[in-house]
Design a protein around this ligand. Structure first.
Ligand code: PMP
Length: 413
């Protein structure tokens, strides 16, 4: 039985106070809190098995290597990848996308080729493609949005052509919360011979993702957004693509043999892991996946969907003072709710809420083109996760009501 009240007990930070009030943490799209299980796995790794991987012949090095490679197996299992060979550890989603842009892009793209993106992408799934387009002569195309913040699917279909070499699309928008129909988009892209990279930074932590069912070519996500440590992330790639692609960075670990003037490459996935990796981070991510699997990702999704439905209807108590971005139907959105409140600047809203113990985010959310499309410079954003409750949503609404009262008093002085 999925019980967020019990789950909260696993997260020590959630029992702290902020400005004398119990913390309500609603900034999960930025990063998530860590359960005892993950903190304990990190402690145990450093206290018992810390060593560098792959290169040592002593016991600790063997243990560290086994733990690191076991984490890779756990990741493969979590997203139902056909083999751990298709799992590359990176620093996060950003580095994973840069890896594909640089390694695959430099190798595969030429002038006249097109990379298809959308108007709702995070800068991490935008700027790496701008850089590689400039370097190769490929051009960028963008799928537009409908009025309710979903992708314009007819536009996507119209833009896909034999010139499209890659469609890089977010699974869930970190601003609008929109869940994109990636399985359909992948089918359409494959029909014209394009590859598809799915930015799973906001989806893999929140709902079941099966790379074989989706049939995506690349999937990226970040450990810190799914209860794991910062500095560790994942690139899933189809093994035959990873085999064919040249390396991303050069250095130790990614080589098979080295001469003064040239080198040959290690097998995948290590070909893409130059230098000492974030071993403890991978171990912590493995522990996070154990924790999430025990809860069941379908239950995580169901909980968030009902919480967002509750929060969206609770927002109605604020009458017409609030502008909410993205689809109205909770079935079409993840746990992210971006909004603007009265004419109060989102930074002021965020600061006032912090004073009430409620942590949200305010800003452009690394999606400046989307902000321009919405006609705003910034929004406030509350984002929910498995340990949030309806009481958290109520605290958010109450704090917003208080914000309004305070600001109208100030405005009338
Ligand atoms: N894509 C999306 C949709 C995101 O929300 C984020 C993080 N906000 C990223 C990519 C980048 O993730 P990271 O900073 O962990 O590399």
């Amino acid at each position: 039985m999925f019980d967020p009240k019990l789950i909260r007990n696993d997260f020590p930070i959630l029992s702290r106070q902020v400005h004398g009030k119990p913390l309500v943490y609603l900034d999960n799209a930025a990063t998530t809190q860590k359960p005892h299980h993950v903190i304990e796995a990190l402690r145990r790794y450093y206290e018992e098995s810390n060593a560098n991987v792959h290169r040592g012949i002593h016991t600790l090095a063997e243990e560290a290597t086994a733990l690191y490679e076991q984490a890779r197996e756990q990741v493969a299992h979590f997203i139902h990848a056909p083999s751990a060979r298709s799992i590359v550890f990176t620093r996060g989603s950003t580095e994973a996308i840069n890896l594909v842009a640089q390694a695959w892009g430099r190798w595969a793209l030429k002038p006249g080729d097109e990379i298809l993106l959308t108007e709702m992408e995070h800068h991490a799934n935008l700027v790496p493609w701008q850089l590689i387009a400039q370097a190769t002569g490929a051009t960028l195309q963008f799928v537009g949005l409908t009025a309710d913040g979903t992708l314009d699917l007819a536009h996507a279909q119209a833009l896909l052509s034999e010139r499209t070499k890659l469609f890089a699309v977010t699974h869930i928008s970190n601003v609008l919360g929109t869940i994109n129909p990636v399985a359909d988009l992948i089918r359409q892209a494959h029909a014209v011979g394009a590859l598809v990279l799915v930015d799973g930074a906001q989806s893999v932590p929140h709902l079941p993702v099966d790379v074989q069912e989706l049939d995506c070519d690349f999937l990226v996500f970040s450990g810190h957004k799914m209860l794991g440590p910062t500095g560790i992330g994942v690139l899933y790639g189809r093994p035959e693509l990873l085999e064919a692609m040249p390396p991303f960075q050069g250095g130790g670990e990614m080589i098979s043999n080295v001469w003064l003037d040239h080198a040959t490459w290690n097998e995948i996935p290590w070909k893409f892991e130059a230098g000492t990796p974030h071993i403890a981070g991978a171990v912590g991510l493995g522990a996070a996946m154990e924790y999430l699997s025990a809860l069941d990702m379908a239950a995580v999704r169901a909980h968030e969907q009902s919480l967002v439905a509750y929060a969206l209807s609770a927002f109605e108590r604020l009458n017409h003072d609030i502008m909410i971005y993205g689809p109205k139907d909770p079935a079409l959105r993840g746990g992210v709710i971006a909004f603007n409140y009265q004419n109060i600047h989102p930074h002021d809203v965020g600061q006032f809420l912090d004073g009430e113990g409620v942590a949200i985010r305010a800003g452009h959310h690394c999606a400046k083109p989307l902000m321009r499309r919405l006609g705003v410079v910034a929004t406030a954003r509350a984002s929910f996760y498995l340990y949030n409750t309806t009481q958290d949503a109520d605290r958010l609404i109450a704090a917003l009501q208080k914000t309004k009262e305070t600001f109208s008093v100030v405005a009338h002085r």
